[in-house]
Design a protein around this ligand. Structure first.
Ligand code: NIG
Ligand code: FE
Length: 411
């Protein structure tokens, strides 16, 4: 089965296979082919070029993309889309003046979602989560990472991770799984948080590894949640099971989580709303991808990750949604790309690089996803007729997507 797309106004993010991420000033460049064609064979990108030199191709199906832009699907490297219920009452509490921290201290927040998840049967959690996954695929997401962390008991954490596995089995896009048992300290461990870390490390982690339920390890390294010591302890233990870190750091306070991540060869350090100079310094020369989550900043009214300082230091940056019921009830990568431009002063080229190839890197998928490259999976977006790619982030809140393809098939 082959699919030919012709007369593409502009084909974005056309890269050689050796480009696995882009950093610093490289991010200002978005390689494109204007007036292009794209050939898909089965589930892979077979070839592309300019319409001026299009060869004779016999295609099973041809799409005329006159006036439309084609780009790789978004790679969302940080989400919590497996959850049960919602927290819209806390949203109203915040409007009425309570902070995210105050709500958490009253037993709301992550613990509230954990209670709901524990009480919800696995099938029901699956159905609710699958709906969200389908929603974000229609919005252009073609690869996703999903974290556990609303279980906070042995049984409920494994339930979440099995739901993630089932999503991976039932949907065509790559789904990476991260064990976030250290997301919040459950109420019954409030006076003995070390005992909860013992449970996570000595009981839950070995079972996660035995069932091969996660590729990555995460911890919410933050004042009032988990300390640097906890972080070192967990990441060392997870390494024994081959789980690489992808960790929540510097959301509200800079307590040294970035350095801890780099010391443990983290694949990524995520959030980064509060960054001191040392955090930026320590990332230089590392293979760790910084990940920003601007729709979380929007929803919680907290600072945005200082993208300009990060990029001007020559570092790479990825963008992700953080889709979760508490801090970011949205999985719209198009909005994330807009916010990165509007609020973080990233150029459209930088933001698109951050949401595609660098997002793929933050899931170890950039050899197969994240760009228009011969041999990569045929995951791409066809836009509606739009004047330019800059229109995508500019017209924030407008749905400029006409169709989404994953493995060469329309979503
Ligand atoms: O990434 N910061 C920690 N975890 C989530 C929020 C979790 C929640 O509020 O349910 C986040 O923002
Ligand atoms: Fe998160």
């Amino acid at each position: 089965m082959n699919l030919l797309i012709t007369n593409i106004k502009e084909l974005l993010q056309v890269r050689e296979p050796n480009i696995l991420k882009v950093s610093g000033s490289e991010m200002k460049e978005l390689p494109t082919i204007k007036n292009a064609w794209l050939l898909i064979e089965d589930n892979k990108i077979a070839d592309y070029g300019s319409m001026e030199n299009i060869p004779e191709i016999v295609a099973d199906e041809t799409i005329d993309a006159t006036g439309k832009i084609v780009l790789p699907t978004w790679c969302d490297s940080h989400t919590h889309i497996v959850y049960a219920g919602n927290r819209e009452l806390e949203f109203a509490d915040r409007i009425n003046g309570l902070s995210y921290e105050e709500i958490a201290n009253r037993g709301g927040g992550i613990l509230n979602s954990a209670k709901t998840l524990q009480d919800t049967p696995e099938d029901e959690v699956y159905d609710q989560s699958a709906k969200r996954l389908e929603e974000v695929m229609k919005l252009g997401t073609g690869a996703i990472e999903i974290k556990s962390g609303y279980g906070l008991t042995d049984e409920a954490e494994l339930k979440m991770l099995r739901v993630i596995r089932k999503l991976r089995e039932n949907y065509d896009l790559p789904v990476k799984s991260t064990f976030l048992g250290a997301h919040a300290i459950p109420k019954n461990y409030k006076n003995d948080p070390d005992a909860y870390m013992d449970l996570v490390i000595n009981e839950i982690l070995p079972e996660v590894a035995k069932e091969d339920l996660a590729q990555y390890i995460d911890i919410f390294c933050e004042k009032g949640y988990f300390s640097l010591d906890d972080t070192h302890r967990l990441l060392s233990a997870a390494k024994e099971y081959g789980l690489k870190p992808k960790i929540h750091v510097n959301q509200f306070n800079a307590i040294g989580g970035v350095k801890a991540g780099v010391e443990h060869d983290a694949l990524s350090v995520e959030h980064l709303e509060v960054m001191n100079d040392e955090d930026i310094e320590v990332l230089k020369g590392s293979q760790t991808m910084p990940v920003a989550l601007p729709s979380c900043s929007l929803f919680l009214s907290i600072p945005y990750t200082p993208a300009r300082r990060i990029l001007d230091a020559g570092l790479p940056l990825a963008l992700a949604t953080d889709f979760n019921p508490g801090s970011t009830p949205s999985g719209n990568m198009n909005l994330v790309v807009s916010l990165a431009c509007i609020k973080m002063k990233m150029t459209p080229e930088e933001a698109i690089n951050a949401a595609t190839i660098n997002g793929a890197y933050a899931m170890e998928l950039s050899e197969t996803h994240g760009s228009i490259t011969k041999g990569k999976f045929a995951n791409f977006i066809i836009t509606k007729e739009i004047p330019s790619y800059t229109f995508l982030p500019y017209a924030f809140g407008t749905n400029s997507i006409e169709s989404v393809y994953i493995n060469g098939k329309i979503v």
